[in-house]
Ligand binder design. Structure first.
Ligand SMILES: [Zn+2]
Length: 671
C-alpha cells in the first residue's frame, strides 16, 4: 500500500470510528462491540505499519467525544477517561507486569452511565455525565430525583468528588416493563441513559423508572492510602463488590469469581475492572491521553444462546440502508429477551450460510443490538429456506443499489416514504434541530397524514392546524409550535447533521464549519475535489456529500428551509479560531507541521497532538499534516525519526523543538 492510500484509508477508518462513537453515545449503536473494536484494531494496525502517517485528529488518541449541549457543560476537575480494554490473558499479564510488587483490586464493571458527583463543604454542588471526558453535561436536578443512592450531602469539608455508575437495576427494569407493556424499555442501559435525559424526572419517579448509583472512585483533599470502597461506604455510598488481589493469579481468580456471580447481580455487567489497590500508586501511574495507566477493563466474552430463525425482514434505515433483520423465537441472552436480531449485512448472511428455519446462535455483548453469529448446521432438517435478498426497496419499490464491502443494499430514492419519516425524526432530534416539544409519535402521525413530508414542512405547522388532531390540546400544540420556532436558529453545523447526508458524521459537519464555509449553499456548490481538500475528509465522504447536494430535490429543500426563516449559516461557536488577533510571534502566518510526542513544560504531562495543533492555530499558524515545500516550520516533539527532520532540512524548512514552540505559545499568551 502506498503512503497516500494508507493515509486515505486511515482517514476513512477514523471517520467511521467517529460516526459509530456518535451513534453509540446516542444510544443507537449500529455495530456490535466486536465489529467496532475491529475498526479500532484496523486503524491501530495501519498506523503501526505506516509510522509516517500523520492523522491530525486521531480518534484513538482521544476519549470518546459525544456532542455536548453548550451551556449545560462543566469542565471535569480531572478528565473522566474510559479504561483501556483487555480481552486476552496476555494483555492482563502485561498490565500486571507493569506494576511489579503492587497489589490490585478487582470489581465488577457496571454497564451504566458514568457520573461525577461533586460536593463542596459537604453540600452537593453538581452531578455531571462523562461527556467527552473533558467536559460533562450537568444533570444535577434530574439526577437528584431519579438517581437513588446519591448522597445529598457528605460529611467531609472542602471539595470532594465521587465518581461512579448510575444503572437501572434489572428488577426495576422488569417491573417497569411489566407495568408499561405498551412502551417497554429495550434494555437497562439504554433505559438508564433515557431516564437521565428524560424531560420530566418527576414523571419517571412516579412511574418507578429510577436508577441506582454505585460509587467506585473518590477525590478528596487529603488523599489517604486506605481502601476507597470502605471510604465510600462510610460516606453513605453503595459500592460494588471489591476483590483484593495480590498478584496476577489472584486477579485471574477474582475475574472468574465475578463471572460466576454475574447472573446473581441485579445489574448488568460487561466485565471487571482491575485497578492498582493503592490510591497513591494509581495517581502516580498517571494517564495517557485516552486512559489512566493504573486500571484496566477486562471484557467478558459475549453471551451466546441458541434459538430458531423464523423470518428475515428488510426495514429501510434513515439514510436509505436496507438491512436484514432477523425475527427469532424469544430467547433470554445478555440480560434481555431477544426477539429481533441483526444479521449485519448481505455479505455476512451469504458467508455464514444462514437460512430461515435454522437453529442460530444469538450473541449479545453489553448494550449493543444482539446479532446472529452463525447457524448450527447439524440441526438442519432440510426444510430450511435460503434468505432471499430484495431487489427493490420494500417501502417504495425503487431498485436497490449494492454498495461497500458488506454488499449493503441501499434505496437511493430521497422521496422514499420509509426514509422520509426517519429523516423527519432525525431532523427534529437533539443533535440537529432539537425540537424538544415534538415527539416521535406526533411526527409519525403528521407524516402519515401528509402534513409532514420534509423538514421544511415543520415550519409551516400552526397551533390551529395541530389542534384539529385527536388528543392534541391547546398547551401541547402551543408548546410544539414554540419548539419548532426556536429551532429556526439551527445554524450550519446542526443543519448538516439534520440532513443525514450519507457518510457525513457529526465530525464531518464540524470540519466543514471549521473549513470556513459560511452558508449551506456554499457547501452545496462545492465540488468533491474541493471537499476532499479539507483536512480529514476522505474521498468517499467527499463524493457522498457532493452527490447528495447534486440532487435537485435537495436544492429545493434548502431553498424551502431558507424561505421558512431557518438559519443555515455558520454560528460563531463553530467558526475557526480567529488567528488575526494573535500576538506577533514566528508562528503567526506560518504553515507548521507537528510531529512527535509533546509534554507540558511545567507539569511534564503528555499533551495530545491535536491540542498542540489547536494552540498553534490560535497563535496564528496554519497546520498541515505532512512536510512539503510550503511548510514554514516543522515542530518536532520527542521521539522523532531523523528521516522526518532530514526531509524538512532538505526542503529548507526550519525545524524547532518543542521547547521553542512552548516559548512562542507563551509569548502569544496561550499558556
Ligand atoms: Zn425506498
Amino acid at each position: 500500500m502506498t503512503t497516500t492510500d494508507a493515509q486515505r484509508l486511515a482517514q476513512d477508518l477514523a471517520a467511521q470510528i467517529d460516526r459509530h462513537r456518535g451513534l453509540y453515545a446516542r444510544g443507537m449503536p449500529e455495530l456490535v462491540d466486536a465489529d467496532y473494536d475491529a475498526l479500532e484494531e484496523e486503524l491501530r494496525a495501519l498506523l503501526a505499519a505506516h509510522p509516517e502517517l500523520e492523522l491530525a485528529d486521531n480518534p484513538l488518541e482521544r476519549p470518546w467525544a459525544p456532542e455536548l449541549v453548550p451551556g449545560q457543560t462543566i469542565r471535569h476537575s480531572r478528565p473522566m477517561l474510559s479504561l483501556e480494554k483487555a480481552t486476552s490473558d496476555a494483555q492482563l499479564e502485561a498490565f500486571c507486569a507493569r506494576f511489579p510488587g503492587q497489589s490490585f483490586t478487582v470489581t465488577p464493571k457496571l454497564d451504566g452511565i458514568s457520573l461525577a458527583v461533586a460536593y463542596r463543604d459537604g453540600a452537593l454542588e453538581y452531578v455531571a455525565t462523562r461527556g467527552d471526558g473533558r467536559d460533562g453535561e450537568r444533570m444535577t436536578d434530574k439526577a437528584r430525583l431519579v438517581v437513588l443512592g446519591l448522597a445529598q450531602e457528605v460529611d467531609l469539608p472542602g471539595r470532594v468528588e465521587v465518581r461512579g455508575e448510575a444503572v437501572m437495576l434489572q428488577s426495576v427494569w422488569a417491573a417497569y416493563n411489566e407495568a408499561h407493556p405498551d412502551r417497554p424499555l429495550t434494555n437497562p442501559r439504554n433505559a438508564a441513559a433515557g431516564t437521565l435525559v428524560h424531560k420530566s424526572p418527576e414523571a419517571c419517579v412516579a412511574e418507578g423508572r429510577t436508577l441506582r448509583f454505585f460509587a467506585f472512585d473518590l477525590d478528596e483533599p487529603d488523599l489517604g492510602d486506605g481502601d476507597v470502597s470502605e471510604r465510600l461506604t462510610r460516606l453513605g455510598f453503595e459500592a460494588p463488590d471489591v476483590f483484593p488481589a495480590a498478584d496476577l493469579d489472584a486477579v485471574r481468580a477474582a475475574i472468574a469469581e465475578i463471572a460466576s456471580r454475574r447472573d446473581g447481580y441485579d445489574f448488568g455487567i460487561d466485565g471487571a475492572v482491575v485497578r492498582l489497590a493503592s490510591r497513591r500508586a494509581f495517581v502516580a501511574a498517571g494517564a495517557n491521553t485516552a486512559a489512566p495507566r493504573g486500571a484496566l477493563a477486562w471484557k467478558y466474552p459475549a453471551e451466546e444462546r441458541e434459538t430458531i430463525l423464523r423470518a428475515v425482514t428488510w426495514p429501510v434505515g434513515k439514510i436509505g440502508r436496507v438491512v436484514p433483520r432477523a425475527q427469532v423465537d424469544p430467547v433470554f441472552v445478555g440480560g434481555t429477551t431477544v426477539t429481533y436480531a441483526s444479521l449485519h449485512n448481505p455479505r455476512l448472511v451469504a458467508e455464514r450460510d444462514i437460512r430461515v428455519g435454522d437453529t442460530v446462535r444469538i450473541m449479545r455483548r453489553g448494550d449493543v443490538i444482539p446479532f446472529i453469529s452463525g447457524s448450527v448446521r447439524e440441526r438442519r432438517t432440510g426444510d430450511e429456506q435460503p434468505i432471499v435478498l430484495p431487489s427493490v426497496c420494500p417501502s417504495c419499490g425503487t431498485e436497490l443499489v449494492v454498495r461497500g464491502t458488506g454488499e449493503e443494499l441501499w434505496c437511493e430514492n430521497l422521496q422514499c416514504p420509509a426514509q422520509a419519516v426517519r429523516r423527519l425524526i432525525h431532523w427534529a432530534s437533539r443533535h440537529a434541530a432539537d425540537m424538544e416539544g415534538v415527539g416521535t409519535t406526533w411526527i409519525e402521525k403528521l407524516a402519515d397524514d401528509g402534513a409532514l413530508e420534509r423538514p421544511s414542512d415543520f415550519y409551516a405547522l400552526t397551533a390551529e392546524r395541530l389542534i384539529g388532531y385527536e388528543r392534541m390540546g391547546d398547551t401541547l400544540a402551543t408548546a410544539m409550535v414554540a419548539s419548532i420556532d426556536r429551532s429556526r436558529r439551527l445554524g450550519l453545523r446542526r443543519a448538516l447533521i439534520g440532513l443525514a447526508i450519507p457518510m457525513a458524521s457529526e465530525g464531518v459537519a464540524k470540519r466543514l464549519c471549521l473549513a470556513g464555509f459560511e452558508r449551506l449553499e456554499e457547501i452545496a456548490e462545492a465540488s468533491a475535489e474541493q471537499l476532499e481538500a479539507i483536512r480529514d475528509i476522505g474521498p468517499k465522504v467527499a463524493q457522498s456529500i457532493s452527490a447528495y447536494f447534486g440532487r435537485p430535490e435537495v436544492r429545493d429543500e434548502i431553498a424551502a428551509l431558507r424561505a421558512a426563516g431557518v438559519d443555515l449559516d455558520v454560528r460563531d461557536e463553530d467558526r475557526p479560531v480567529e488567528a488575526a488577533d494573535a500576538a506577533d510571534t514566528p508562528l503567526k502566518g506560518a504553515t507548521v507541521v507537528v510531529t512527535g510526542a509533546f509534554a507540558d513544560p511545567d507539569s511534564g504531562a503528555k499533551v495530545a497532538r491535536p491540542a498542540v495543533v489547536r494552540m498553534l492555530e490560535q497563535a496564528g499558524a496554519t497546520s498541515a499534516s505532512s512536510v512539503s515545500a510550503s511548510t514554514t516550520i516543522l515542530i518536532a516533539g520527542d521521539n522523532v525519526g531523523a528521516a522526518k527532520t532530514d526531509k524538512a532540512a532538505k526542503l529548507g524548512v526550519e525545524v524547532v523543538g518543542q521547547d521553542q514552540a512552548w516559548r512562542w505559545l507563551a509569548e502569544a499568551g496561550l499558556r
